[in-house]
Design a protein around this ligand. Structure first.
Ligand code: ADP
Ligand code: MG
Length: 328
């Protein structure tokens, strides 16, 4: 396994959903059941991915971009309509047992643990399913439960847990068999900030100490910024960017922010440039990236400044910008 160049590789991976065309009205709804008219939804339109073993990659894109569809193909839940993929050298949709024992998919909005049973019962079922030896299981479950601070939570029915606690239990369940590759689809969605941080710290540790390859989808930029070595951005089923976050910022954010602290109030700040924040004593101007030095010098000349900082545009904003651009 160690000689594998890529933990995950796809070439021209495609998925087009076929659904019956919906006719209007109640009768239309019934007719639709028998209709032969189909609607084609090209969700993933030929994506190339290369993820090396041990990498932590962010998989980003707006709603409907095709992220979940891609992760489902990579974890063997969906057949593609075109292209190829290998995960740890296996074609995932063949659902080879060897592969299934080495991967995991966690979906933030879908649980695999049973609602009415304690999480620990679920862990044991998965242990049997994945044929994890008793001694290995005992150690691993203890460790995961300990790191995620779940000691008092795993012996009560899952339905009695908070959303954050449930998600942490889901992570334990997904990792019992020590997978080499983990696909995480919005694992922190809807969680409070404390749980989010706990899960982030846990995922970082997992990646670093076990060398787990992780492909993560998240709407929280903090997850991506703190965890991912690299991001792949998709939009409308196509890859639109691949690289480090810094590169993404440099490539897609053509502006920077000049944050000034003033020593006295100034009227009509707009006459000095584009003001994006004005809360005395702080004023923030947006300037073109290539003009940063010149414009900063001008602002320092013109205004009573006691402090200055040059900042990148927030990552959220860069992404939003990126998507409106590709849509245009
Ligand atoms: N089971 C399905 N049947 C038909 N269309 C689907 C199905 N699942 C997703 N889609 C469509 O495929 C596109 C991609 O969806 P998805 O992969 O869930 O995107 P994301 O996870 O990036 O939000 C969307 O247009 C969505 O409506
Ligand atoms: Mg999704």
């Amino acid at each position: 396994m160690s000689q594998l160049k890529y933990a995950v590789e796809t070439v021209g991976l495609q998925k087009t959903y076929v659904t019956a065309k919906k006719l209007p009205g109640v009768m239309g709804g019934i007719k639709s059941l028998f209709s032969t008219e189909k609607t084609l939804i090209p969700a993933v339109k030929g994506i190339d991915l290369q993820i090396t073993p041990g990498e932590f990659v962010g998989f980003l894109g707006p709603n409907g971009a095709g992220k979940t569809t891609t992760l489902k193909m990579l974890s063997g839940i969906l057949h593609p309509t075109g292209g190829t993929a290998t995960v740890l050298g296996f074609e995932p949709w063949r659902r080879n047992q060897e592969m299934l024992k080495q991967i995991s998919l966690v979906m933030g909005n879908k649980m695999q643990l049973w609602w009415d049973l304690p999480a620990r019962d679920g862990f044991r079922v998965l242990k049997e399913l994945y044929e994890v030896p008793d001694a290995v299981y005992a150690k691993r479950a203890d460790r995961l439960i300990d790191i995620l601070d779940l000691k008092d939570k795993v012996d009560v029915a899952v339905r009695k847990l908070s959303l954050g606690e449930r998600m942490k239990c889901e992570l334990v369940a997904a990792l019992i068999h020590q997978p080499k590759v983990v696909f995480l689809d919005e694992p922190t969605i809807g969680l409070d900030v404390v749980s989010q941080k706990r899960i982030r710290d846990f995922l970082r540790d997992l990646n670093q100490t076990e060398g787990t390859t992780i492909l993560l989808t998240s709407h929280y930029m903090q997850d991506v910024q703190e965890l991912c070595d690299r991001v792949v951005v998709i939009d409308h089923g196509e890859k639109v960017f691949e690289g480090t976050l810094d590169l993404m910022a440099a490539q897609f954010a053509d502006s920077r922010r000049v944050r000034l602290t003033l020593s006295q109030p100034v009227e009509n700040l707009e006459t000095h440039g584009k003001v994006v924040l004005n809360e005395y004593p702080v004023v923030v101007f947006e300037v073109l990236r290539q003009d940063t030095a010149r414009r900063t010098a001008e602002l320092l000349q013109a205004l009573p400044v006691v402090d200055v900082a040059i900042e990148e545009v927030e990552m959220d904003e860069i992404l939003r910008d990126l998507f409106t651009r590709t849509a245009a």
